[in-house]
Ligand binder design. Structure first.
Ligand code: CA2
Length: 164
């Protein structure tokens, strides 16, 4: 039933949230990814971090999600952002950079928040050094996308839009 005070075309729920939106997807980039587009273009391409964040926002918007983008070079900051996602987000896209291969703490945080997460790597880590073949994060992620370049971020959001 439509409340006489609110037009039928609006979809604001009794909680005050806009029910026509599907929530926020958190896009997290880890160490050194602030350098995207400025160094090693042969490896990481020419898109900047700002380009990646715009691409993510456009993909999320197309599916009715909002997006929050965070980049940090500090593991503790990434942990805090993942913890906060429990209250703020419905899903996570994460390129943890080199922390992927080292961080039990990030894995524990992802497992603790119990949100669907997609691990993204711009490069095909399996074609690179042996130490990049292992991810502490993959076992606690719903999906893993590697080697698709920055397009992987869009694929991750498309996946979450299907899964959520
Ligand atoms: O392929 C990926 O996305 C990586 O997560 C990138 C990390 C690397 O440690 C992972 O093994 C795979 C490195 C990010 C460094 O980003 C830069 C971007 C431009 C220039 C220099 C570094």
């Amino acid at each position: 039933m439509t409340d006489a005070a609110s037009p039928a075309s609006e979809s604001v729920s009794p909680t005050g949230r806009d029910a026509s939106r599907r929530g926020t997807i958190l896009v997290i980039n880890g160490p050194n990814l602030n350098l995207l587009g400025t160094r090693e273009p042969e490896k990481y391409g020419t898109s900047t971090l700002a380009d990646v964040e715009r691409l993510a926002a456009t993909a999320a918007e197309a599916h009715g999600f909002d997006v929050e983008c965070v980049q940090s070079n500090h593991e503790g900051v990434l942990l805090d952002v993942i913890h906060a996602a429990r209250a703020n987000a419905v899903g996570i896209v994460l390129n943890a950079g080199a922390f992927t291969h080292t961080s039990v703490a990030l894995r524990d945080a992802l497992a603790a928040v119990q949100l669907p997460a997609v691990e993204v790597h711009i490069t095909n880590v399996h074609q690179r050094e042996e130490f990049r073949h292992h991810s502490y994060l993959s076992p606690v992620c719903a999906a893993v996308i590697v080697g698709a370049g920055v397009f992987g971020y869009k694929l991750a959001i498309d996946y979450l839009a299907e899964a959520l």
